[in-house]
Design a protein around this ligand. Sequence first.
Ligand SMILES: Nc1ncnc2c1ncn2[C@@H]1O[C@H](COP(=O)(O)OP(=O)(O)OP(=O)(O)O)[C@@H](O)[C@H]1O
Ligand SMILES: Cc1cn([C@H]2C[C@H](O)[C@@H](COP(=O)(O)O)O2)c(=O)[nH]c1=O
Length: 209
Amino acid sequence: MTQGRFIALEGGEGVGKSTQGRMLAEALRTRGLDVVTTREPGGTLGAEAIRAMLLSTEGEGWGARAEALLFAAARADHVEKLIRPALVRGAWVVCDRFVDSSRAYQGGGGGLSDAEVLDLHRIGSEGLLPDLTILLTVRPEVSAQRLALRDGGTGDRIESRGAAYHSRVAEAFRSFATQNPDRFAVIDAEGSPDEVHARVMTSLAGLLA
Ligand SMILES: Nc1ncnc2c1ncn2[C@@H]1O[C@H](COP(=O)(O)OP(=O)(O)OP(=O)(O)O)[C@@H](O)[C@H]1O
Ligand SMILES: Cc1cn([C@H]2C[C@H](O)[C@@H](COP(=O)(O)O)O2)c(=O)[nH]c1=O
């Protein structure tokens, strides 16, 4: 059995994570690998139900701590029921967002400390980390244009938070990548999908060797 690998795609809103996740999964399948694509929050029935509660624009929303707990609970279910079993059977897991989104959004954006977010992750998911976290970066005006073309700029509850919030999120992602260069690959996600995909594949060379 080949060794399972866990790849997370991270970054702000509309940078191209889903697009690159699909392209990466296809490229890995072409190499004969068993690939599971999934997303956060979500990926299991329970986690998708929590996703709906978190991202719906109806109701009064959640405080910062309740929000962080809900993301951690969704992740715990996802890790236990989908991610760990896939890795154990030797599959590659390509996940659209993982714990670094909680660190960036609930931590950097929402004000929880990084230690608090990591504590929730330790309790919920036994601290599981991806083998590689691919951080896609584009200038804010580029992601805004992509989102406007995709859905007319109508965002979910978190996407619709203001520019200052999303700028703190982007800064947090940058700082995690600087602090953990072995775990992160920072990819310039401007240019065509094929150009970005080529950069993503280069970042995976070590794991595919
Ligand atoms: N390299 C690219 N150049 C131009 N448009 C792109 C590129 N990559 C993705 N897009 C388009 O930009 C939009 C956002 O892309 P995508 O949904 O993959 O981003 P995302 O990061 O997953 O978004 P979200 O944060 O909402 O989950 C889509 O309409 C997609 O087709
Ligand atoms: C995993 C995770 C996600 N979020 C936020 C980031 C986005 O605004 C939404 C997810 O929507 P997407 O279109 O699927 O990217 O949720 C977060 O705040 N914290 C997290 O841990």
